[in-house]
Design a protein around this ligand. Structure first.
Ligand SMILES: Nc1ncnc2c1ncn2[C@@H]1O[C@H](COP(=O)(O)OP(=O)(O)O)[C@@H](O)[C@H]1O
Ligand SMILES: O=P(O)(O)O[C@H]1O[C@H](CO)[C@@H](O[C@H]2O[C@H](CO)[C@@H](O)[C@H](O)[C@H]2O)[C@H](O)[C@H]1O
Length: 481
C-alpha cells in the first residue's frame, strides 16, 4: 500500500534554517523515525505546503522515474530548500517494497496560475491552497536557477558554483530538452545547457568532475563546464546539477551513424560511409584518455576477473537467453586471469549517443558512467579499453538495429561489413592519436566487448526487449572467434 508522508524533521536532524534559503535535510530513513512534524513554516515561503504536494502520484508519470518495475512503499519529502518566495528545491525519497530506495530531485514552482509549458505533465498538484509545478517547465524559474549558479552564493545548504571565468547566457530564452533522458536539461538560447540530476545520491559526480578536469586541461573534445550546484546530506556532498556550454549546430553521433548505415542498406552510400568520421572520433577519444591520465594518473592493475564474472552470473540469473553462453564467456574471461591492464579515469558508458559532432570536431558528453550504479563505483579507475570496446559495440548497434527482427543473411552481411569498417577506422584514429593500437591486445579488447555485451543484454531485457538480439548476436560471434 502506497504511503505518502510530508517531510518535517526532528530538530537534531534538521540541517539548518537560513534567511531566504530555509533548508531541511537529513538522511531519509532517519526522517521516517521522527515522532512529530515540526511546523517550520514562517508564512513567507510555502515550504510547509511544498512538502505536502502529491509527489507519489506525480513521480511515476515522469520519464526519468526509475521505479516502474517495483512497488513503492513510501514516498517522503526528505528535504526542501526555498530558493525564493515561489521556488523550492525538494528531494523526494522513494522506498520500495523490495527494500531498495531512491532520492529524486524536484524543483518546485508554486503559486496561482503560472505560465508553464506542458501543463498536465508539469503540474505536481495542490497543497495548502497553492499549486506546485515542475519548475523546469517554467521559463522564469529556469532563469532564476541559472542566475543562482552564476552568482555562486550559498542558499541554505545548497552551494552554487560558477567555474572561474565562465560566461553565462543573459536573457536567452530557455527551452526544455525534449528527449528520453535520465536527467532533465534546459537549454538557454544557443549558449548553455543546464542539466538537473533527477536521481541523486551522495558522493562526487563524475560528469562534473571529469568535465572540470578536461576543461581545465584545455581539451577540445568536451563541452566547457560553466558551473554546478550541490547540497549536503549527513555531512556528505550531494551533487544536484551542472551547466555547460551548449554545442549549437551539433548532431549526435548515433543519428549520423545510423543515417550512414541506412544509406548503405539502401545502396546509396559513398565510398567512405562514415569511416572518416569514425577515425576522427577515435582520435578524440584517445585525446580525452590522454588528458585524463595526465591530470588524474594511471596505474597497473590485473584484468577485473571478479567483477566481470559477477556481472555475467547476475545477468544470467535475470536473462534466460544468456545462460547457454555462460561457460564459453567464462572461459574467455578466465584465460585473462592476472593479465595486466593500465587503469585510469575513463568515460565509463561511451556510445554513439554520447558524442556530438560540431562543425569543428567531436565532443564527448555525459561522463556519468553506467547509470544505476553508486557514484563511488562509477568513479573507479578502469581500462581505456572499456571505452574503446563500448564504442566498438555501438557500431554494431548502429548497423544491426536496422535489421529489426529479420534474419536476412545478406542484410546481416552488409551490417557486419559497415560495422567492421567503422570499428577499424575508429581503432586507426585511436592508435594514431595515442600511439597504442587497442587491437594489439585483442583478447583483452574482446573481453571488454563481451562484458559490455553482457551489460547490454541486461539493459535491453529491462528496457527494450526487441533489441536483446543485438547483444546476443555479438556474444555468439565473440565467443566463436
Ligand atoms: N553541451 C551540449 N550541447 C548540445 N547538446 C547537448 C549538450 N549536452 C547534452 N546535449 C544533448 O542532450 C542529450 C542528453 O544529454 P546527456 O548528458 O546524455 O543527458 P542524460 O544524462 O540525461 O542522458 C544529449 O544526447 C545531447 O543531444
Ligand atoms: O545513454 P545512457 O547513459 O542512458 O546509457 C544507457 O542507454 C543506452 C541506450 O540509450 C545504452 O546503449 C546501448 O544502446 C545504444 C543505442 O541506443 C548503443 O549505441 C550502445 O552501444 C548500447 O550500449 C547504454 O548501454 C545504457 O547504459
Amino acid at each position: 500500500m502506497l504511503r505518502t508522508e510530508d517531510c518535517g524533521l526532528p530538530a537534531e536532524l534538521a540541517a539548518t534554517v537560513f534567511g531566504v534559503g530555509r533548508t531541511t535535510i537529513a538522511a531519509p530513513d532517519s526522517a521516517r523515525r521522527r515522532g512529530h512534524e515540526p511546523d517550520r513554516d514562517d508564512g513567507r515561503t510555502p515550504a510547509h505546503a511544498v512538502r505536502k504536494l502529491p509527489f507519489a502520484d506525480w513521480l511515476p508519470e515522469q520519464r526519468w522515474y526509475a521505479g516502474r518495475s517495483r512497488t513503492p512503499f513510501s514516498v517522503t519529502c526528505a528535504a526542501s530548500t526555498s530558493l525564493d518566495d515561489v521556488l523550492d528545491l525538494v528531494l523526494v525519497d522513494v522506498e520500495y517494497t523490495d527494500g531498495s530506495s531512491e532520492l529524486y530531485q524536484v524543483m518546485v514552482a508554486s503559486g496561482g496560475e503560472r505560465e508553464v509549458e506542458h501543463r498536465r505533465l508539469a503540474t505536481i498538484g495542490a497543497a495548502g491552497g497553492r499549486t506546485g509545478y515542475d519548475a523546469l517547465y517554467d521559463s522564469d524559474a529556469a532563469h532564476r536557477l541559472l542566475a543562482l549558479v552564476e552568482a555562486g552564493r550559498p542558499v541554505g545548504d545548497l552551494v552554487f558554483e560558477p567555474e572561474p571565468g565562465a560566461r553565462f547566457p543573459g536573457t536567452a530564452a530557455p527551452r526544455l530538452f525534449d528527449s528520453e533522458q535520465s536527467n532533465t536539461s534546459v537549454i538557454f538560447g544557443d549558449e548553455a545547457i543546464l542539466k538537473v540530476f533527477r536521481r541523486v545520491s551522495t558522493g562526487i559526480h563524475p560528469d562534473i568532475e571529469l568535465n572540470r578536469v578536461l576543461a581545465r586541461a584545455g581539451n577540445p573534445h568536451v563541452a566547457k563546464l560553466l558551473g554546478s550546484f550541490e547540497t549536503t546530506i549527513a555531512g556528505e556532498p550531494c551533487p544536484l546539477g551542472m551547466v555547460t556550454e551548449y554545442a549549437a549546430d551539433s548532431t549526435e553521433g548515433w543519428a549520423m551513424a545510423t543515417a550512414a548505415a541506412r544509406d548503405l542498406f539502401a545502396g546509396v552510400s559513398g565510398p567512405d560511409n562514415f569511416a572518416s568520421e569514425s577515425y576522427r572520433l577515435g582520435e578524440a577519444v584517445a585525446r580525452v584518455h590522454a588528458d585524463l591520465a595526465t591530470a588524474m594518473g594511471s596505474d597497473p592493475a590485473p584484468f577485473p576477473l571478479v567483477a566481470v564474472l559477477a556481472r555475467l552470473h547476475a545477468t544470467a540469473n535475470e536473462v534466460a537467453e544468456i545462460k547457454p553462453h555462460v561457460a564459453a564467456i567464462e572461459e574467455r574471461f578466465r584465460v585473462l586471469t592476472g593479465e595486466p591492464v593500465t587503469v585510469q579515469r575513463v568515460h565509463g558508458d561511451l556510445h554513439l549517443g554520447q558524442v556530438l559532432r560540431t562543425p569543428a570536431n567531436w565532443l564527448l558528453i555525459d561522463f556519468e558512467g553506467e547509470p544505476g550504479g553508486p557514484l563511488y563505483e562509477r568513479r573507479l579507475p578502469d581500462s581505456p579499453l572499456r571505452d574503446v570496446a563500448a564504442m566498438l559495440r555501438s557500431y554494431e548497434y548502429a548497423s544491426y538495429q536496422l535489421l529489426g527482427d529479420q534474419d536476412d543473411e545478406s542484410l546481416a552481411a552488409l551490417a557486419q561489413d559497415w560495422a567492421d569498417r567503422n570499428r577499424a577506422a575508429f581503432c586507426d584514429g585511436y592508435a594514431q592519436a595515442s600511439g597504442v593500437d587497442p587491437r594489439v591486445t585483442d583478447a583483452l579488447l574482446a573481453a571488454y566487448e563481451l562484458d559490455k555485451a553482457v551489460y547490454e543484454a541486461a539493459y535491453e531485457a529491462r528496457h527494450r526487449p526487441g533489441w536483446l538480439r543485438i547483444p546476443l548476436r555479438s556474444i555468439t560471434h565473440l565467443v566463436a572467434a
